[in-house]
Each structure stands twice: as C-alpha cells, then as structure tokens.
Design a binder for this molecule. Structure first.
Ligand code: ZN
Length: 91
C-alpha cells in the first residue's frame, strides 16, 4: 500500500479541536493512503499519534491523487474536527 506523509505545524488557533489525549492542536502529520485505484484517503494524525479516524474512516477525506498539499491538509483538519465531535457525542 502506498502512503505519503507530511508533518506540518499551524499557528496558534481556536479553529482546530485540541487532541483529547494531549491537547495539541498545532502539530500534525498529514497522511495519504491509497485505498483504490483512483481513490486515496487523506487524514491527519496528532503528534502523539492519536488518529480519531482510525476506527471511523468515513471521516477521512477522499481524494483521487492523495496529495498532502495545503488545501487537502486544511480539509483533513476539518475531518479531524468532525471525527472528534462525532466521538464526543457517542460517549
Ligand atoms: Zn495528541
């Protein structure tokens, strides 16, 4: 399986939901994994390796090329927020 990763850091912000494990909301690794011939999943993992989409891949961004450019990383962060919000309502 092909995977691409890109570590990145954001400026301090209030738009990204803090990691429930370590409270980080600025340092992440963007990952793109090919899941089909013409489909990749793009998602972000916290610096502590927490991945809220691990059990819930429906919250991953689907992209044909699986690039981890700025635009996809921002979209993947939005998925991170959604996944955490979803996890919070299930407890
Ligand atoms: Zn974390």
């Amino acid at each position: 399986m092909m995977a691409t990763t890109r570590r990145f850091a954001l400026k301090p912000n209030t738009t990204v939901t803090p990691c429930p494990r370590c409270s980080n909301n600025t340092v992440f690794t963007g990952c793109a994994v090919q899941v089909a011939e013409d489909c990749c999943e793009v998602y972000v993992i916290c610096k502590c390796s927490y991945d809220p989409t691990e059990q819930n891949t429906g919250h991953r961004l689907e992209d044909v090329w699986g690039s981890v450019d700025d635009e996809n990383l921002m979209a993947a962060l939005s998925c991170w927020n959604d996944a955490l919000a979803d996890a919070a309502t299930k407890h």
